[in-house]
Design a protein around this ligand. Structure first.
Ligand SMILES: [Zn+2]
Length: 104
């Protein structure tokens, strides 16, 4: 019923030439993660008073890995130097025991 509007090829002729359009530069700057809140004094292992990072504790170690099996940097994981070293050893042991993946 009613009138049928026929549209033929409408939209193709749209002036959609973007050319070299520059999006706002610098707008995508990385957000400062937790800016101002730098009060976490201790790393996760120091807080728990762990002296030895167990390689069998896969759940803990997995938090220090990317999903590809790489170890997070100290900055990323928030570990202190000593604990990062212990964690590194534990992760490598766990890899050797096939508890964690090697990175390819
Ligand atoms: Zn620590």
């Amino acid at each position: 019923m009613g009138t049928i509007q026929r549209r033929r090829g409408a939209g193709f002729a749209m002036d959609s030439k973007m050319g070299t359009r520059r999006d706002l530069e610098g707008a995508g700057r990385r957000k400062p993660a937790f800016a101002g809140v730098r009060e976490r004094t201790q790393c996760r292992f120091c807080r728990r008073g762990i002296k030895y990072v167990d390689y069998k504790d896969v759940e803990t170690l997995q938090k220090l890995l990317t999903n590809r099996g790489k170890i997070y940097s100290r900055k990323r994981s928030g570990n202190c130097a000593g604990c990062q070293r212990k964690a590194k050893k534990a992760i490598k042991r766990a890899r050797y025991m096939a508890l964690l993946p090697f990175t390819t």
